[in-house]
Design a protein around this ligand. Structure first.
Ligand code: NAG
Ligand code: NAG
Length: 337
């Protein structure tokens, strides 16, 4: 329980920073947002198909920009300027990965994402980039299929990476047959938001359900990438993969400002072996704390055979509990430095 309590505490601290600091300034958009495609026709047309290269940062970010734009109308009733759109969490995390060097080639064998002239390159050897593929390409194709935009998802082609092509899918029918359950969950989320009867809590649930489903395959498929990282970063990656389940259960509302402030708690660069939390001097106290708690959480989760997650699930099982969790801590921590 102590671990859960500290986990809740830190998480809430991250989110409360949002409320305290940016309740009246709008959070900045993700990096290179304005340089990314904002409509399908901004992508190259090859053989009559819109061709997206998700191994180029702006091409990948563009899928999110289009998603956010196309779904804005369904979130308008929850707040102005699309602030309340739950999809913000995805481009925000991708932006954090880019800014912290996590999309670059971790092996250092290529310039991909590392050298200035190749800075937009997204490396297939990056664990973060591989996992994000399932949180960008899949929802994007599902959305095109679900929205009444007049564009068939079959008019879109996704370009393959230089290696491990068998681990990815490249078009709507390919993704649907390889990951039917995940594609269905994303379609369900996009179709639900178009219903007049949809509500915010329902959106939250369907969003996190689809998110969880998207992660199932890549989290088990890309464990071979751990070898490319320092022990500290590899550890962070593994703990993060566990923490995501806890985040899912809490159904945190990944709106623009909340997602933005959440980032401020995450390591601002790739961890090296000399990094020992809580003594990483160029990290904030909160960033150090998050690493400690992730470590504890991973440790307890393994020891207890995920019993901790079960307890957490039952704690968070009602809407009232989840709202209370968010409110109480935003209130307490919102006033502390
Ligand atoms: C936010 O708004 C409050 C009052 O509405 C004001 O006192 C405060 O200075 C504002 N903060 C920022 C950062 O603009
Ligand atoms: C879709 O991608 C699969 C491989 O994932 C390929 O076999 C198939 O031909 C592609 N379909 C179209 C219509 O391009």
């Amino acid at each position: 329980m102590a671990v859960l309590a500290s986990w809740v505490w830190v998480l809430a601290g991250c989110f409360s920073a949002a409320v305290a600091e940016i309740s009246n300034i709008s959070a900045p958009y993700p990096p290179l947002w304005e340089d990314s495609p904002e409509q399908l026709s901004d992508y190259r047309l090859e053989d009559g198909k819109h061709t997206i290269d998700p191994w180029v940062f702006t091409d990948r970010m563009g899928m999110y920009r289009i998603l956010l734009k196309e779904t804005a109308t369904y979130f308008a009733r929850y707040g102005p300027e699309n602030e309340q759109n739950l999809l913000w969490g995805l481009p925000m995390m991708l932006g954090w990965q880019y800014q912290t060097g996590r999309l670059a080639d971790p092996t250092g064998m290529t310039d991909c994402g590392n050298a200035h002239e190749d800075i937009l390159c997204v490396s297939v050897d990056s664990w973060w980039a591989d996992v994000n593929y399932y949180l960008s390409v899949l929802p994007f194709l599902a959305a095109v299929d679900s929205q009444k935009t007049g564009i068939s998802p079959e008019q879109i082609t996704i370009l393959p990476p230089p290696k491990d092509q068998m681990r990815f899918c490249y078009n709507f029918s390919g993704c649907l047959s390889a990951f039917p359950k995940t594609m269905d969950k994303w379609k369900d989320f996009f179709q639900y938001m178009q219903l007049p009867s949809s509500d915010f809590d329902g959106l939250l649930k369907k969003f996190w359900d689809a998110h969880t489903s998207s992660l199932e395959y890549p989290i088990s498929a890309f464990v071979d990438r751990y070898d490319y990282y320092s022990d500290s970063e590899a550890n962070f990656v593994q703990k993060w993969a566990i923490a995501i389940y806890y985040l899912t259960v809490a159904r945190l509302p990944t709106t623009l400002s909340r997602s933005y402030s959440f980032q401020s708690c995450l390591p601002p660069r790739i961890l090296v072996d000399t990094d020992k939390a809580p003594f990483i001097s160029d990290f904030t106290p909160l960033q150090n704390e998050v690493l400690i708690v992730l470590k504890l959480l991973g440790y307890t989760d393994r020891l207890s055979g995920s019993l901790t997650l079960t307890i957490w699930e039952s704690l968070m099982s009602t809407k009232v509990a989840r709202e209370l969790f968010l409110k109480v801590f935003e209130k307490i921590l919102g006033t502390s430095p």
